[in-house]
Structure formats: structure tokens, C-alpha cells
Design a protein around this ligand. Structure first.
Ligand code: SF4
Length: 357
């Protein structure tokens, strides 16, 4: 606690203070100074100052939070577990740092001078990396560039996909810059998380979003609830997106798909999902047909393995020599050589080449 904080405390006492166990007020009968352990009333200024000096963490903690407000305040208090830990315990833990995961971000709060908090951001998988092994960024806007490409240099159309690249850190952030940087990585997540905590998250369900679409996206509202559930299963599960889906088909119809366990909510279908929904809506216009193929049981199982390997994005992990894996490249080429015509189409029983669509 410093002199500025003590002066501010005296001034604020006129309106009364209540913060994390510290209660202070000034009335005609003098000051009141209450901590979780004891309440002192009718104090003169000297006695009041002495109590403040005895409880410096309570005063500096109040001072730090006095200027904070809104979603950023709630978020930073969540990071340091203000709802669970008393001020003294928090201060002890903040010396070494209190961390929370936010998607693939690891947010760490530490104690700065006179109760200030300073924050560090790095990739959650870099938690144990030596600081010097990570590229230090002091321009917050660098976060936007980091989010653009994945480790393989591929564009990331969905910022909340679990493909954030590693190897960087932002340090010595104040509260405002922490929230700004987090929102460069994951836009609107802090604001929506905060709204959800306040019971004020404005959810727009798929049907309402689909009915708003015009032009080439007009077709999206032709998808039925089963199709929408398939979209959610394809795009919105934890392996594909770190948001927790809060939207459904509509107010009354829950989708039969996992919502995910993410810390921050998804309040409406995103543009990537709407673009995918357009494609699926067009494809779903086709009627099913019955085909008859000649496949051995192993070949049928192999087709299923190929679909699964592509859907789970694990084709890069299949070794060339691992011909036991149905999605192995040589296995796929063998199947194609055996069962398809020169255009790569399966020949159905009784059809000739080129007649297999
Ligand atoms: S709609 Fe699905 S994929 Fe898009 S942000 Fe929300 S949860 Fe993620």
C-alpha cells in the first residue's frame, strides 16, 4: 500500500467501500474499518490510517479493483479466482502466478508493485517452456497475425479452432491490454462469457439465423433439424471449435449433438457454419438412391476408415509403410485400382464404366 492508495481510501470512505472483505465508511461518528476478522468503529483518522497500514493487501486490492469495471473486471477476477480465495491467499498465490486456460491461451496473473496485477499470455501447450524459448511480443496487434495461420502455414478461417500455433508470449500486460489481446485471439469471447454469467447472453438459434439469410445463402433454411444436428456434430464439437455451443435448432428444439466443454459460449451459428450449411443444404436436395457394389468386408471397413481418417484430420499421421491402416495411401490406391474405373468411379453391379453416378 502506498500514500496515494491511503489518501484515496480516506476519500472513498465518505461513500462507503465494500471489496473482498474490506468494509470502510465515514460517518459523523468517525471511520469504520472492517476486515473479515474484526470490525472497528468510531475511529479518528490516525487510528483509521493505522488499521490500513496493518492490512495493506486489503487496501491495495481495493485500490486495484476500484477502477475496473464491466466484463474485463469480471474476467480478471475469474483469472485470479477472486470468488474462491481470500485476498491474503490470493496475494500469496499471485507471487508465483495464478493461471487459467482460455481456449488454447494460458492467462497468468502475477502481483505487481503496490497490488497492481500484471498478466502474461502464452499458448497453453507452452506452459512449461522457458520464457526465453518463446518469441516475446510487445505489440498487442501481433496477436492478430499469430491467429492467422496454423503451425503448417494454413489459413485459419475459424479463430476458435484448436489450431493456434505455439512459440510466442505477451508479458507485463495491464488489465485493459490483457482483455484486448485475448479478444484479438478470440473475438468477443470475454464479453459473451461475461454476459452469460450475468444471465444476459443473447442467443440466436439456427432457424432464426437461417431465415435471415438472403442471396446464395437463402437455401440454408431448407435444412431440417437432423441436418442442423449433423452440422453441429461436424463443426461445433471440441475437436473442431473451442466455443461451447449454446444455440440450438430453435427455442424449443435442442440439437442432438454435444455442446462442447469450452470456457466461453457460442451465441449464434458462425459464418463458417452458415457457409458449410449452404453446401449441405444443396447436397441434401438430392434423393438417396440404392447402389450395389462388390466389396469384400475388409474393403467396406476400409472405406469407413478412410472417411473417419479424413473427418478426424489424421491422414498426415498415417505412415506410408502402415498398410494395415485402411486409410493408408497405398491401401487406398490399391482399392481404387481394383474397384473403380479409369475415372476413379465405383462400378455398380450391372453398370458399365461411366454409368456409375
Ligand atoms: S457455430 Fe460452431 S463452429 Fe462456429 S463458432 Fe460457434 S461453436 Fe464454433
Amino acid at each position: 500500500m502506498n500514500d496515494t492508495q491511503l489518501r484515496a481510501l480516506r476519500e472513498a470512505a465518505a461513500d462507503g467501500i465494500a471489496c473482498d472483505g474490506l468494509h470502510v465508511e465515514r460517518t459523523e461518528d468517525g471511520y469504520t474499518f472492517a476486515t473479515p476478522e474484526a470490525t472497528h468503529e468510531g475511529l479518528d483518522e490516525k487510528a483509521f490510517d493505522a488499521l490500513a497500514e496493518e492490512n495493506p493487501w486489503l487496501v491495495s486490492n481495493w485500490y486495484y479493483w476500484a477502477d475496473a469495471n464491466g466484463a474485463s473486471r469480471a474476467y480478471r477476477r475469474w483469472i485470479e479466482r477472486a470468488d474462491e480465495l481470500g485476498v491474503r491467499e490470493r496475494y500469496e498465490e499471485l507471487v508465483d502466478g495464478l493461471s487459467r486456460e482460455w481456449g488454447q491461451l494460458l492467462v497468468t496473473a502475477e502481483l505487481g508493485e503496490d497490488g497492481e496485477r500484471v498478466y502474461e499470455l502464452r499458448h497453453v501447450d507452452d506452459a512449461d517452456m522457458e520464457p526465453d524459448a518463446l518469441a516475446l511480443h510487445d505489440d498487442l496487434l501481433d496477436a492478430r497475425e499469430i491467429t492467422t495461420l496454423d503451425e503448417d502455414g494454413q489459413y485459419r478461417p475459424l479463430k476458435t479452432a484448436p489450431t493456434l500455433r505455439r512459440g510466442w508470449r505477451f508479458v507485463s500486460l495491464d488489465g485493459r491490454d490483457l482483455t484486448r489481446t485475448v479478444e484479438f485471439f478470440y473475438p468477443a469471447t470475454v464479453a459473451n462469457w461475461s454476459r452469460e454469467r450475468e444471465g444476459d447472453l443473447d442467443v440466436t438459434h439456427f432457424r432464426a439465423t437461417a431465415e435471415r439469410q438472403t442471396g446464395i445463402y437463402d437455401v440454408v433454411d431448407e435444412l431440417d433439424a437432423e441436418g442442423v444436428g449433423n452440422i453441429a456434430r461436424a463443426c461445433c464439437v471440441d475437436s473442431q471449435c473451442l466455443k461451447r455451443r449454446e444455440w440450438d435448432e430453435d427455442d424449443e428444439t435442442e440439437l442432438d449433438a454435444p455442446r462442447g466443454d469450452g470456457a466461453f459460449p457460442c451465441r449464434e451459428p458462425c459464418s463458417l457454419v452458415i457457409a458449410a450449411a449452404r453446401q449441405w443444404a444443396i447436397l441434401e436436395n438430392e434423393d438417396s438412391r440404392t447402389y450395389e457394389f462388390e466389396l469384400t468386408p475388409s474393403e467396406k471397413a476400409q472405406l469407413e476408415e478412410i472417411v473417419d481418417a479424413v473427418a478426424e484430420d489424421r491422414t498426415d499421421e498415417i505412415r506410408e509403410a502402415d498398410v494395415g491402416d485402411g486409410a493408408n495411401r497405398y491401401r487406398a490406391r490399391y482399392l481404387r485400382a481394383k474397384r473403380t474405373d479409369e475415372d476413379g468411379r465405383f462400378e455398380t453391379v450391372g453398370s458399365s464404366a461411366g454409368d456409375s453416378q
